[in-house]
Write a protein that binds this ligand. Structure first.
Ligand code: TEU
Length: 581
């Protein structure tokens, strides 16, 4: 019997624990800080909370380098705090999804410490070890087993002098890739996942899980026009390590070995696969319920809109470009499989700074408009901490202000390649992950109420006007609009399970679409611009071979109650409105 995915009416809230709420004044967020803010999340109306890694970690990648999967780093608290967080969420009929990073571990994980100790250690094959290629000496230019450039602008092979071999790391050298070809690795990971399910968690966000199957034998990628510090030409490994030949076998095995028994016992467990580079075809295979792999994927195509060679290479964007990508994903997962809907997470700059208005007077309106265009689509929406307040990017001006390993490595690579410091910094200010990681803005007091200590990353100076305290009781605030959208999804099956019909796909400023379920039809109109917009309703109706539409009732409108009353034929700047047809 094919499981019916139970998350269509849910909304997920992502917490980056380091930056959400600090309970002990050390300047870093922690689990007890989260526990203290659960009523805020309950008021927003989210029913699932995804917390980024809080396990023991050297924090090279802020916790995405795990040294002990079944633990809590003292920076964030204790296992007892996790147990309390689970209990407090369940008491509010909310669920906890934890973030498992099982493509790689920290180089401080005992498994890797053993694996690197000798070439004949029983755990040697738990990671990817290879000798220098072509008989070259370890460390000699071109001796690396493949020419891939990693996600963090570095070669993916690290020379290990002690054993005379290289080990693979698609991310930082302190994040060695686990060898999923080894069943002992998979069994150990599955046991860990079951341990967390037995502890009461309600699901897993699986970090870069589509990287765990590599194309064998490992081989070079096509040249990408960049050279490494040793002069060796870098190659593109993406086609060789994303969605590899055994990925669906592994996902089906994980579901069978870990999730199925709990689901058979009546547990609803959410599984979200982060899948950089996955296509719509991949996503259907991952999320088709009949295949029993995962519930939904986090894909990245819409995040690539307006970017050139990298996230630090802003190229400008148009609304038709953005709509085309998102509509293609709506189409592809329209009948089989399921989509995650997101603008933000801990790796992406703030959406209102990226796709919203550049004019301060329209910051809030554009935040609401973008939220409407996303939350009314088919899929499960994700709200990233502070997005519900319309939080913006931080005004970074120097690389010294940046914490993120990806940003700092990119800076070094581009300086070595001769790029101008100002150009590099412009790209970093626009694309750095640190934009998402500045502390949550709770109120207008010092450090935005995030900590009584010194925050690990500076608080955005605009917290004096952009903060939760100023919004939670304001019916016109961005927070209240997000709460209304989340409530609409829970109340209306047409939002949760209706189909998606794009309208005016090529329009430069209008984002319009229908949602339909049985006899229910919603018309969603969003003005994605700083100027008022006339809408030709007859033309939209004609796209559906209908003679005309007379929207009969405003369901939600960002400008409801204003004079003149909202009308579908004319939208104010950044006005969003949802109408029953
Ligand atoms: O991200 C992997 C990923 O594909 C990108 O989002 C990556 O972070 C980078 O921004 C590409 O430009 C996941 C986690 O979300 C990220 O925080 C970790 O750094 C990474 O994996 C390694 O665990």
């Amino acid at each position: 019997m094919v499981r019916v995915m139970p998350w269509a009416a849910s909304t997920v809230y992502q917490i980056y624990p380091r930056s959400f709420a600090d309970s002990d004044g050390d300047g870093v967020g922690d689990l007890r800080g989260i526990i203290g803010r659960l009523d805020y999340l309950h008021r927003l109306g989210v029913d699932v909370v995804w917390v980024s890694p809080f396990y023991v970690s050297p924090m090279v990648d802020n916790g995405y380098d795990i040294a002990d999967y079944q633990s809590v780093d003292p920076l964030f608290g204790t296992l007892a705090d996790v147990d309390e967080l689970i209990a407090e969420l369940h008491a509010r009929d909310m669920k906890l999804v934890i973030d498992v990073v099982i493509n790689h571990t920290s180089d401080q994980h005992p498994w890797f410490v053993e694996s690197r100790s000798s070439t004949d250690n029983p755990k040697r094959d738990w990671y990817w070890w290879r000798p220098p290629r072509d008989g070259k000496a370890l460390g000699e230019p071109g001796a690396e087993p493949t020419n891939w450039l990693g996600f963090f602008s570095e070669p993916v092979w690290e020379a290990d002098e002690a054993t005379g071999e290289y080990y693979l790391h698609l991310f930082a050298r302190e994040q060695p890739d686990l060898n999923w070809e080894n069943p002992a690795v998979r069994d150990a990971l599955y046991a860990m996942l079951r341990w967390w399910l037995d502890r009461g968690v309600d699901g897993f966000r699986m970090d870069v899980i589509n990287l765990v199957s590599k194309v064998l034998p490992l081989r070079d990628g096509e040249p990408i026009g960049l050279t490494g510090p040793d002069g060796a030409a870098y190659g593109n490994g993406f086609p060789l390590f994303t969605c590899g030949p055994r990925i669906h076998e592994f996902m089906a095995e994980l579901h069978r070995e870990v999730l199925a028994p709990y689901e058979a016992a009546g547990r609803d467990i959410m599984t979200v696969a982060e899948t950089p580079g996955a296509t719509t075809d991949d996503a259907v295979l991952f999320t088709d319920p009949a295949r029993a792999e995962v519930d939904m994927v986090f894909q990245f195509e819409h995040m690539a809109v307006g970017r050139g060679a990298s996230r630090f290479d802003p190229t400008g964007w148009t609304l038709p470009q953005l709509k085309a990508v998102m509509h293609r994903w709506q189409e592809a997962l329209g009948t089989t499989g399921w989509n995650s809907l997101y603008w933000n997470n801990h790796d992406q700059p703030r959406v209102v700074s990226r796709f919203g208005s550049r004019r301060p007077e329209y910051r809030e309106a554009s935040a609401k408009a973008l939220a409407t265009a996303l939350h009314l689509q088919r899929g499960t929406p994700y709200v990233y901490q502070g997005e519900e307040l319309g939080m913006t990017n931080f005004p970074f001006t120097t690389v010294e202000q940046l914490n993120d390993v990806e940003s700092r490595n990119y800076h070094a690579l581009m300086i070595a390649a001769g790029s101008a410091q100002a150009t590099i910094m412009d790209g970093l200010a626009e694309g750095s992950r640190d934009n998402a990681r500045t502390p949550m803005q709770w109120d207008a007091t010092a450090h935005a109420g995030f900590t009584t200590g010194t925050p690990w990353l500076p608080v955005n100076p605009n917290h004096v006007e952009v903060n939760a305290a100023a919004q939670v009781d304001d019916p016109e605030s961005v927070f209240s609009w997000y709460a209304a959208l989340i409530g609409l999804r829970r109340a209306e099956p047409v939002v949760a399970r209706g189909d998606f019909v794009p309208l005016a796909a090529e329009h430069e400023r209008l984002w319009g679409f229908l949602r339909r379920l049985d006899r229910y039809r919603l018309l969603v109109l969003v003005n994605v611009s700083d100027e008022a917009l006339d809408v030709d309703l007859a033309a939209l109706a004609a796209e559906r071979d209908e003679s005309g539409w007379s929207p009969r009732e405003l369901v939600l409108g960002t400008h409801a109650g204003q004079d003149p009353a909202p009308a579908p034929e004319r939208l104010r700047p950044w006005e969003a409105a949802i109408w029953w047809l």
